[in-house]
Design a protein around this ligand. Structure first.
Ligand code: BG6
Length: 482
């Protein structure tokens, strides 16, 4: 469904996020016919470009990101015609009047803050001072949304003093992922799962977001953030909320966000022995291309964690007694984001204990190889008696849904179009972000006070050994990362 005509201003339009994600996402929506030819995408950044040279930057970025799909050059030409550029100084007055002249009063208007957070307040103030806010104006803010509760509150207060909450779109791109949305559909559109989705039937839940990549070119940011701030406080917290929340009355922004917020409020503080922090070491024999984290950031004493595993409790009626184990890390053996719902044993083993323990596990593969698998127990074929074996009931979206399932749209395609449509359902509300920090801060303060040093783990491994012990102590084990 095509969206209304819009003017999307991207501050930081020549930066990494714009080139890797935002511009390619817009192009794909353009090709899908969702973005009308009347729409304008206005790059605004300090870099000296004109419309032509910005279009060339955008074309290169789009071609690079489209390598796995066809990039239709004719369509690209038509898309580039929608692009414009205004050289602009976020901290000064240069370019703002020019920007105002590019905006159409009849269009939906969105300002995308794809810049360092220290510039947010300056941008917000100038958008107001130059009278660029119309009733249809939206502000899109990227993470990191603060680095603790205090800074997140300041940021929220600053945004609230310039815009209404209904105009603010805080991005957590995990919410835009197809399979993350599918998690809600699987839970709430099937009669099968929901009656079992509680501590009576679920033994525990694992949420893994493993990455094989390192920290890329973001050493400065990452060394100040670490995995807890970079991944747990936002992406894994969102996955936890969607997995644990009560069914919202309807799929609408506030009903959904109210339910997520209740989960965050129900989280217990995390005990020190339920936290494992790790930091990656060089890959043995390949130190040159796979250096240690400390080498990568040029900080030989860094105690920033590149891996974290937590045992978390959602203290409410539904989940009392069912732990959630979260883990995420960089430079692990594979890229794999998976939620595993591990069910309890059947109450009575009528086939005896032969062949060990058999349990049902629902695995939701968020990426790659998106799909859902239900592990069920059946009879091992053959005349050898009642031997049991676990087999997967597998639905791989690529197989079940054809090309649509094979190439799910990128999270940014969905999210940017939702901004234009004015749908905040998949964006975080201010109180949600603050509640997430209120839970995160004491965990970080605790390890800082104890002077904890992350445990080393090998590049290409599954993480530090202590993370295995975290589950082994509870007689459980992590599901494989691959
Ligand atoms: C970002 C983090 O928010 O998410 C990165 O800052 C991380 O460190 C990335 O690599 C992971 O996103 P995805 O979509 O590749 O799983």
């Amino acid at each position: 469904i095509p969206v209304e005509d819009f003017d999307l201003v991207i501050f930081g339009a020549t930066g990494d996020l714009a080139r890797r994600k935002i511009l390619p996402a817009l192009f794909r929506r353009f090709c899908a016919g969702q973005m009308s030819p009347g729409a304008r995408v206005i790059g605004a950044a300090k870099t000296r470009h004109d419309a032509e040279s910005f279009r060339a930057v955008a074309a290169d970025a789009i071609r690079e990101q489209s390598s796995d799909r066809c990039c239709d050059e004719a369509a690209l030409g038509r898309f580039l015609a929608c692009l414009d550029y205004v050289p602009l100084d976020a901290l000064g007055e240069t370019g703002w009047t020019d920007l105002a002249g590019h905006l159409d009063p009849g269009h939906v208007r969105a300002f995308y803050f794809s810049v360092r957070p220290m510039l947010f307040a300056e941008l917000a103030r100038r958008i107001r001072d130059y009278d660029l806010v119309t009733p249809g104006t939206r502000i899109v803010v990227e993470k990191p949304f603060g680095r603790d509760l205090h800074s997140a509150r300041d940021l929220n207060a600053m945004l609230a003093s310039n815009f209404a909450e209904r105009q603010i779109y805080r991005i957590d791109h995990y919410l835009g992922k197809e399979t993350v949305q599918n998690l809600m559909v699987v839970r709430f559109a099937n009669m099968l799962f929901e009656p079992l989705w509680n501590s009576q039937y679920v033994d525990h839940i694992q949420i893994t977001v493993a990455e094989s990549e390192g920290i890329g070119s973001r050493a400065d940011y990452y060394n100040r953030a670490g995995a807890m701030r970079d991944m747990i406080q936002n992406h894994l917290m969102q996955l936890l909320c969607l997995t644990a929340m009560e069914p919202p009355a309807r799929f609408s922004p506030d009903t959904l966000r109210d339910e997520k917020l209740k989960v965050i409020h129900a989280l217990d503080p995390v005990l020190p022995h339920h936290i494992v922090r790790g930091q990656y070491e060089a890959m043995p024999g390949r130190e040159a291309d796979h250096p240690s984290y400390r080498q990568a950031v040029g900080d030989p004493r860094s105690t920033t964690e590149t891996y974290i595993a937590l045992r978390v409790h959602v203290s409410n009626w539904r989940w009392a007694g069912t732990p959630f184990y979260l883990r995420t890390g960089k430079r692990l053996v594979a890229r794999s984001s998976v939620i595993s719902v591990v069910f309890k044993d059947a109450p009575h083993a009528i086939f005896g204990q032969e062949g060990g323990r058999h349990i049902n596990v629902l695995t939701i593969r968020l990426q790659p190889n998106e799909g859902i698998t239900l592990q069920v127990t059946i009879k091992d074929p053959g005349p050898g008696g009642m031997r049991l074996v676990d087999v997967p009931l597998d639905m791989t979206f690529a197989e079940a849904l054809g090309p649509e399932g094979e190439h799910p749209p990128d999270a940014y395609e969905r999210l940017v179009m939702d901004v234009i449509r004015g749908d905040q359902t998949l964006f975080m509300r201010g109180d949600e972000v603050e509640a997430a920090w209120a839970w995160t801060d004491p965990i970080i303060a605790g390890w800082e006070a104890r002077g904890d040093v992350p445990k080393p783990y090998e590049t290409g491994s599954t993480g530090p050994r202590d993370a295995e012990l975290l589950l082994a102590r509870d007689n459980r084990e992590w599901r494989g990362i691959r």
